[in-house]
Design a protein around this ligand. Structure first.
Ligand code: ATP
Ligand code: MG
Length: 481
């Protein structure tokens, strides 16, 4: 708002400045050619004497500034008298009654009289202010050395009333000129205010109306004064936030729907096959013991899968709803890795893989729910073993970066394509649906890992190259001993 006041103030100063220039230039114009006054006055002849005199008076003042007063007295005054035959035109004396023919001299009135008599100047009469007759008027001026002087002038032939009329006209004209100047300057002020204040505000109001009816798909332009620009930026920020949250909401809605669709599909397939085998058994198709065993084994494996999946789903929904509470304990990083990796090493080596933990393990205090993080590691290692064509290497590496303790597990499996990589932590995401299903994956493993690590205040990251392998890194915030 300050800027606005500053601008209005500047425009006001500008208006005053323009008014002054206009007033003085118009006044000069009028005095120069007198057309305006001529129209207004009855006796143009008298008038011409008047404004010619005014012109000379102006010149006279100029003369005062440029020359000594004695020069002024002997040249201008005589000339004025000769040209306009106005009697008793000028006398110049100081306010203390001293006549001032020259700023260096201080001659009293008697001497002055003498001086002019000597110089044979009959037209000059010396008058004190209280001696001024009715038809004379007095104006003030200053000499170069800042001494005050008075110019005494007779109204001449055209008289006191005419002069007053002229003066009234000049005042009237001055008033209208000021109004005109104010109007002229008001137009840019009004335009500037409209451009920098009203138009952007109107635009913001329209934007608010548009947002109110739910349309967020537009940009709010930020224009105008700083304050308005800030307001515009806030509006644009608010619009973008709303747009983002709407997108998020939409995404959540869609992913929720997708989740339900995936869940039903994943549950339906094994249940259908269990149902089929049970019906076959009931129909007596399992009279052959070998076949019966095969049916029962299939039913068993399907129910194991269903059970695991329901457990995963239950855990995932608890984590997703934030209803799961961790049982964290303070661990030393080396001890944590040792306890975590011992069973994994056995498992991996039993599967024919080469297992390595890179040392040294950086020392750090960590708050960990060991049970849950073991589950996370199992999910990750299970993937490494599952998504590999043959046994390879599994390497564990630990580091401390940016206040996080990082544990990464790199395998030499089939890898994940760059297109799929951003989605592997999404629930039910499987890069190759048919292959994963064959391998018994539900697509919840990494989603659960992510939720558990995030519940620890950490993060997960996946890097991979097709045909080379995958690296999953877990970041845990550092604790305090
Ligand atoms: P679940 O773990 O629930 O049994 P899943 O293994 O299919 O099922 P995630 O563990 O979440 O699900 O993994 C998601 C997908 O990421 C997998 O289907 C697979 O395509 C890919 N993936 C994960 N880890 C690896 C890996 N180490 N190598 C190659 N692909 C992987
Ligand atoms: Mg998995």
């Amino acid at each position: 708002m300050n800027k606005l006041l500053y601008r209005v103030f500047t425009y006001m100063l500008f208006a005053i400045f323009i008014s002054l220039i206009l007033v003085s230039s118009i006044e000069m114009q009028l005095l120069d050619n007198g057309k305006f006054l001529e129209r207004e006055l009855i006796a143009p002849k008298e008038l011409s004497v008047f404004y010619n005199f005014i012109n000379d008076y102006v010149n006279l003042r100029g003369y005062v500034e440029g020359h000594t007063l004695s020069e002024l007295m002997t040249t201008s005054v005589n000339e004025i008298d000769k040209t306009y035959q106005l009697n008793d035109i000028v006398a110049i004396y100081s306010s203390d009654g001293k006549w001032l023919p020259d700023s260096d001299m201080s001659i009293d009135l008697t001497n002055a009289k003498k001086y002019y008599e000597i110089n044979n100047n009959p037209i000059l009469r010396i008058l004190l202010p209280n001696q001024l007759p009715k038809d004379y008027y007095l104006s003030q001026a200053k000499t170069l050395d800042r001494k005050e002087v008075f110019v005494v002038t007779s109204y001449g032939n055209f008289g006191y009333e005419t002069l007053n009329k002229c003066i009234a006209i000049i005042y009237k004209m001055r008033f209208f000129t000021i109004i005109l100047a104010l109007l002229i300057t008001f137009v840019p002020v009004a335009i500037s205010l409209a451009v920098s204040y009203l138009i952007p505000l109107k635009r913001l109001r329209r934007a608010a109306d548009t947002i109110a009816v739910g349309d967020l798909n537009f940009n709010i332009r930020t224009q105008g004064l700083d304050e308005i620009k800030e307001l515009g930026k806030s509006f644009e920020y608010m619009r973008r936030e709303l747009e983002e949250s709407r997108k998020r909401e939409q995404y959540l809605k869609e992913s929720h729907q997708q989740l339900i669709a995936n869940m039903s599909h994943d549950l339906k397939t094994p249940i259908t096959s269990v149902k089929g085998y049970v019906e076959a058994l009931l129909d007596g198709k399992g009279n052959n013991p070998e076949r019966m065993e095969k049916y029962l084994k299939t039913i068993q494996s399907k129910t194991i899968y269903l059970n695991a999946m329901i457990n995963d789903l239950f855990l995932f929904s608890q984590l997703d709803l934030g209803e799961y509470t961790l049982e964290k304990k303070l661990w030393d990083s080396a001890e944590f890795i040792k306890i975590l990796m011992e069973p994994i090493q056995l498992w991996v080596e039993d599967a024919g893989w080469h297992f390595e933990i890179r040392t040294p393990i950086p020392k750090a205090p960590l708050y960990i729910d060991m049970m849950r993080i073991s589950q996370v590691m199992e999910n990750i290692v299970q993937n490494s073993l599952k998504y590999a064509t043959m046994p390879g290497n599994l390497t564990v590496e630990c580091a401390i970066t940016n206040h996080y303790f990082c544990v990464s597990m790199s395998d030499t499996g089939i890898g994940i394509s760059q297109d799929a990589l951003p989605y592997v932590f999404e629930p039910f995401y499987r890069e190759d649906d048919s292959r994963s299903q064959k391998m018994g994956g539900s697509g919840l493993g990494l989603a659960i890992c992510k939720k558990i690590v995030e519940l620890h205040g950490g993060q997960v990251k996946a890097e991979s190259e097709l045909g080379k392998g995958t690296k999953i890194t877990l970041y845990f915030p550092l604790g305090h001993y």
